[in-house]
Unconditional design. Structure first.
Lengths: 276, 181
């Protein structure tokens, strides 16, 4: 028998086996003369088919779907818009600098403690972007991003407490951007190969410093090790706080909060991996 | 799913819902294809997302012309994997088997399934690149022969022959593993 014919028979049997759900025996009955050669190949193919029948992790699936939907919206909207409507975000940042220079920092200071339901919240976000741009070193930027992630989680908890899923989603997008940037900055630190990290103690042993506003900040003298310890602490405390909140939020907010948990867990995992 | 061609047409015209349906249809298949080829959970997750973001950005340039959407999408995945493997860093990987859910069902079955995936991933390393591609597209991507041929730029006869040799090589590799254990 020609090899080409056998290739066709094998392919037909694979279709029957893998797509139509027939048994190996049914296929072999159709081709008794080729049965001896077909059977071992079909058994191997069936085993391979079963082995690859695995599913993505549910939390990854949820996070990926959320991010894809966000990307779809972004494409549709032609980019992210800010407080100033049609202004792109960088323009808002420039505007904030000008506002600070010309009119003083009163508005900016007032915005610094605003929550997502405040009209000043966009000013707060834009001001953070300015601070980030003006922070000189990648390590400094990474430390600042870590403190921003802490703020975002507080804001998500606040919005969830108010039963506002749209605001939870909005801040979750900001958290995602923040953690992605953190990973990128951490990765650039890792590539430089500057500081060799000692084995880290358990997160509970060393927590980041807290300021009176509840925001964790990092002094200039902090190094990569301290950043890593802080991230390890956040990697546990943030998802834990969000999960705790899940017990008390209304059903309409649960899905948004679950996505925030997935973003938080995944973001810190990647950032820590990038630092290794 | 609605007629795929009409969905793709709508997606090209920035219909979010149409693209979302295509995404749901292909997400698991692309993930499994990427995971089997890369053999690392975290990297496979990142890359699966990249595939869809790239598809989203390029959909306006897609022309049906007899080439199905799936072939185009898997081609994007293939190209990203090639780039990725070329640049692959030395960072530690998370074995594919760890992506298997362990909490549900019979623990013994879960363990056996993990062993199956590990064995399969290991065995595919003994295949040629083309054989590995056929196995990944056919079994993980669940593509029919005609579409595998489209992705790989070969005729169906050549792909059937490659499929035959790939399964035979896989069988030999799995038997060798069995003898070594």
């Amino acid at each position: 028998m020609k090899s080409k014919e056998f290739d066709n028979i094998l392919d037909e049997c694979l279709e029957r086996l893998l797509v139509k759900g027939e048994t190996i025996e049914q296929c072999l009955q159709s081709y008794p003369e080729q049965a001896a050669e077909l059977e071992p190949l079909l058994r191997t193919a069936l085993a391979a088919g079963k082995a690859v029948d695995f599913q993505p992790r549910p939390e990854f699936r949820a996070k990926a779907r959320y991010q894809f939907r966000a990307a779809l919206r972004e494409m549709e909207g032609g980019g992210r818009h800010s407080l100033f409507g049609w202004f792109p975000r960088w323009a808002t940042s420039v505007a904030i600098v000008l506002v600070v220079l010309v009119a003083g920092s009163g508005t900016v200071a007032a915005a610094s403690n605003s929550m997502p339901d405040s009209p000043l919240y966009s000013v707060k976000l834009a001001t953070e972007q300015v601070r980030l741009v003006l922070t000189p070193s990648p390590l400094g930027k990474a430390e600042f991003c870590a403190s921003l992630a802490d703020r975002r989680v507080e804001e998500i908890l606040y919005a969830a407490g108010k039963g506002n899923p749209r605001q939870v989603e909005r801040v979750t997008r900001e958290l995602d951007v923040c953690l992605t940037r953190l990973s990128s900055l951490a990765s650039s630190q890792g590539e430089k190969g500057g500081v060799t990290l000692a084995p880290a103690p358990a997160p509970a042993e060393v927590a980041p410093e807290s300021t009176d506003g509840g925001e964790r900040t990092y002094s200039h003298g902090n190094n990569q090790l301290k950043l890593k310890l802080a991230l390890k602490h956040h990697a546990q405390s943030h998802p834990a706080a969000l999960r705790e909140k899940l017990k008390t939020v209304p059903p309409s907010t649960r899905a948004a909060l679950l996505r925030a948990i997935a973003v938080s867990e995944d973001g810190y995992e990647k950032a820590l991996k990038a630092l290794d | 799913m609605q007629n795929e061609e009409s969905l793709v047409q709508r997606a090209r015209q920035h219909d979010q819902e149409a693209f979302a349906q295509l995404y749901e249809e292909y997400f698991d298949k692309i993930y499994r294809y990427v995971a089997l080829k890369i053999g690392d959970r975290t990297e496979a997750e990142d890359m699966t997302q990249q595939v869809f973001v790239k598809a989203l950005r390029s959909i306006s340039s897609f022309r049906w012309k007899g080439r199905p959407f799936s072939a185009w999408l898997f081609r994007i995945a293939h190209n990203l994997i090639v780039d990725h493997l070329r640049k692959r860093s030395r960072r530690a990987t998370v074995p594919l088997a760890e992506s298997m859910p362990a909490g549900d069902g019979d623990p013994q079955q879960a363990v056996e399934r993990r062993l199956d995936i590990d064995r399969l991933a290991l065995a595919t390393r003994h295949l040629t690149e083309a054989q590995r591609e056929v196995i990944s597209l056919r079994f993980a991507g669940e593509l029919p022969i005609a579409q595998v041929a489209r992705v790989m730029g070969k005729n169906e006869g050549a792909i059937k022959a490659l499929q035959h040799s790939a399964i035979a090589a896989l069988r030999r590799a799995l038997r060798t593993q069995g003898n070594e254990e």
